[in-house]
Design a protein around this ligand. Structure first.
Ligand code: PSU
Ligand code: MN
Length: 318
């Protein structure tokens, strides 16, 4: 039910750097219409559907950084660790592809489904294959109004039980970020700020109100902290929090009203469960015009680059 691509297998066997990538962003994160790169990256192929252009760009970014990409996704019920271009095209074109969290993998395998993997499901693949570094955009977390409906992303528990470093720009401000940081704390997940002491807000920079648990001045130090963490807590994951590139980040106060309105829409339309995150992300994206897409892509590219560097440093440590 799990297929690790030969290239990924070889790299893992010989201790060369590997970076896992998710596909919920391919199936549920970006529009399928072609567009110029929203943040001006030269490696972006504007003739392709944007979601596919993004996945190919991340693959190329990891390779350019000297690591082997392992894009995770499900095709015909098989969880692939390392998707080829043709496989990414199939998954990216399938409008019926499911959004797969860990709980969904078994049913999707039996039903021979196609699906994009969330952070949680991608971590299941990392655990099965032995991948120590995973680059994503932003993790899921504790949703706003959790006291009424305790919607907490399965990403958090998955990170807590998987010994993989997750490179992310923190979590998105559609969430209750103070509650998310408290949950990470309770779960014993180190949040390592890469050149920052503030917990980043995915499309916005962090501020003094919310901190990280450790500061690292560069990728080498972040990798060393992860390796040391695994000496003390061999079964738990870490977060390397990489702030959004400053030229694309949107100040938090500018998006707050849009998020509040989007949440009212979600409540009015009775959106809940797994549909909440894609719904809110889509609303915020539409309401900010291209700006959210630009910072989204910039963050993913930046995290893939950092992921390759962290994987290289980790390979040196072993
Ligand atoms: N945060 C983002 N963009 C995303 C996601 C999160 O800024 O696309 C996706 C990730 O795949 C994440 C998932 O794992 O949403 C979380 O969904 P949920 O809240 O249903 O667990
Ligand atoms: Mn949820």
């Amino acid at each position: 039910m799990i297929n690790v691509a030969p290239e990924v297998q070889d790299a893992l066997r010989s201790g060369r750097p590997v970076v896992a990538l998710e596909t919920a962003v391919l199936t549920h994160g970006l529009p399928r219409t072609p567009m110029a790169c929203p943040c001006g990256l030269a490696a972006w192929d504007a003739s392709l559907p944007a979601n596919l252009a993004l996945s190919l760009l991340l693959d190329a970014t990891v390779r350019a950084g000297g690591a082997v990409p392992a894009t995770v996704g499900m095709l015909d019920g098989v969880l692939h660790v390392g998707l080829s271009r043709q496989q990414l095209e199939r998954l990216g074109h399938d409008t019926a592809a499911r959004k797969l969290s860990t709980r969904d993998l078994g049913a999707a395998a039996v039903q021979r489904a196609n699906g994009g993997t969330t952070v949680a499901a991608t971590l299941s693949a990392c655990a099965a294959a032995g991948i120590r570094v995973f680059a994503t955009g932003g993790i899921g977390g504790v949703h706003r109004h959790w006291t009424e409906r305790p919607d907490v992303s399965a990403d958090l528990a998955a990170i807590a039980r998987t010994p993989t470093a997750v490179i992310s720009a923190g979590a998105k401000s559609i969430l209750d970020l103070p509650a998310t940081v408290e949950a990470l704390d309770s779960l014993g997940i180190p949040v390592i700020g890469l050149g920052t002491r503030a917990f980043p807000r995915f499309i916005s920079p962090g501020d003094d109100s919310l901190g990280v648990s450790a500061f690292a001045s560069n990728a080498a130090e972040a990798a060393a902290i992860c390796a040391a963490h695994w000496a003390f807590a061999p079964h738990g994951g870490t977060i390397i929090a990489n702030p959004p590139p400053t030229e694309w980040a949107i100040p938090a106060h500018e998006v707050e009203a849009i998020i509040a309105a989007s949440m009212l829409d979600a409540a009015r339309e009775g959106i809940h469960g797994a549909a909440v995150t894609p719904f809110l992300l889509d609303r915020v994206q539409r309401a900010t015009g291209g700006r959210t897409v630009a910072v989204n892509v910039a963050v993913l590219e930046s995290n893939a680059r950092v992921g390759a560097e962290v994987a290289l440093r980790m390979a040196e440590l072993r």
